[in-house]
Ligand binder design. Structure first.
Ligand SMILES: NC(=O)c1ccc[n+]([C@@H]2O[C@H](COP(=O)([O-])OP(=O)(O)OC[C@H]3O[C@@H](n4cnc5c(N)ncnc54)[C@H](O)[C@@H]3O)[C@@H](O)[C@H]2O)c1
Length: 318
């Protein structure tokens, strides 16, 4: 199948592209603007790995430019779009909120317009656990009320509303994925696990808000790849939303302590930031039932593997 992946130089996008490129029957078309939110070198290195696959193709395109998106996609006979390009990160949404409006909302609309014009009737898109905001009815099921507390969460909630609307007025079927703290090889350097690793190897200070008292429902990228594969095969109709979470929240300090037994990490604890959600904890019954995906990877079974992966990938330590 010919599949377009937006955000293909990103953490989740490159991982999915790698996974799907292993199937020779697929032709994977990636696009990304390779923005500078975090190291562009990391993004280029991911693309270098991907270009080893003869059935992977890439173009630098910004999804805020509908015409360029359309011109890239129009000749590719795309049957499915996996839309992951977005301005990620909660904290940065306090610094540069308009980027979230442009990339996450206008960008998403542009992708939908392209799909509509080209009769592409399937879009799998990234939402986020941030849509739940301060809802504390743990574990949060997909039916729970969404009340985001930052522009990032608002942009993802609006993505879901937009998908709802366009599902009704076009022939496009949508699947929205509410990702909960995805971690693993090729991970994002602005996320906790790789920040801990960076401090471990470079002795740079590790800043932890709210004195480290956060819990996150850590979800392994290997599980995300398998889940997306199953979603592709299942061909859901209309608009489905799934939590992508392991349903096993872990306290940040507990994770820190695993790597800090000799107190080699220079930790600086500080008070809570307005952007922070104290706990994320999703329910994953729906994904287990509808996709027959039963076993989520435990953090404790993979963290060593990821730590050693990080250790040999020097690019992350700069
Ligand atoms: N990683 C997580 O834990 C997590 C959690 C919740 C939601 N998400 C969502 O999943 C998706 C992928 O996240 P990720 O962790 O891989 O982030 P990422 O930042 O690594 O990947 C996003 C990619 O999109 C690209 N991009 C940004 N704006 C663009 C634009 N205007 N045009 C083209 N490309 C653009 C970036 O260059 C980047 O490579 C995002 O939509 C994110 O909001 C991720």
């Amino acid at each position: 199948m010919n599949i377009l992946i937006t955000g293909a130089a990103g953490f989740i996008g490159s991982s999915i592209a790698m996974h799907l490129s292993k199937n020779k029957n697929n032709r994977i078309f990636g696009l990304d603007n390779i923005d500078s939110y975090y190291s562009q070198k990391i993004k280029r290195l991911r693309l270098k790995e991907l270009k080893k696959y003869k059935n992977f193709f890439f173009k630098k395109v910004d999804i805020t430019d509908e015409e360029k998106c359309y011109n890239y996609i129009k000749t590719k006979n795309i049957k499915l779009i996996i839309h992951l390009a977005a301005q990620a990160g909660v904290r940065y949404s306090f610094i540069n909120p308009s980027k979230y409006i442009d990339s996450n909302i206008s960008g998403f609309l542009n992708i939908i317009f392209c799909a509509k014009k080209l009769n592409i009737n399937r879009i799998i898109y990234a939402s986020s656990s941030s849509v739940y905001g301060e809802n504390k009815n743990f574990p949060l099921s997909e039916k729970e009320i969404t009340k985001p507390i930052n522009i990032y969460g608002v942009s993802k909630k609006l993505n879901e509303k937009i998908a709802n609307t366009y599902q009704k007025i076009t022939k496009i079927n949508f699947v929205g994925l509410r990702f909960f703290t995805i971690y693993g090889e090729w991970g994002r350097p602005d996320m906790l696990l790789f920040k801990i690793f960076k401090s471990y190897f470079t002795k740079k200070k590790l800043y932890l808000n709210n004195y480290g008292n956060h819990e996150r429902d850590f979800t392994y990228i290997g599980d995300v790849m398998k889940i997306i594969n199953k979603i592709i095969l299942k061909k859901f109709k209309n608009h489905k939303i799934f939590n992508i979470c392991s349903n096993k929240p872990i306290n940040i300090l507990e994770i820190l302590n695993i790597f800090n037994d000799n107190k080699q990490i220079n930790v600086k604890l500080s008070k809570r930031h307005n952007a922070d959600i104290l706990k994320t904890h999703g329910e994953n019954k729906k994904i287990k039932k509808e996709l027959n995906f039963k076993k989520f990877t435990s953090f404790y079974s993979v963290y060593k593997k990821i730590f050693f992966w990080y250790k040999i990938n020097k690019i992350y330590k700069h």
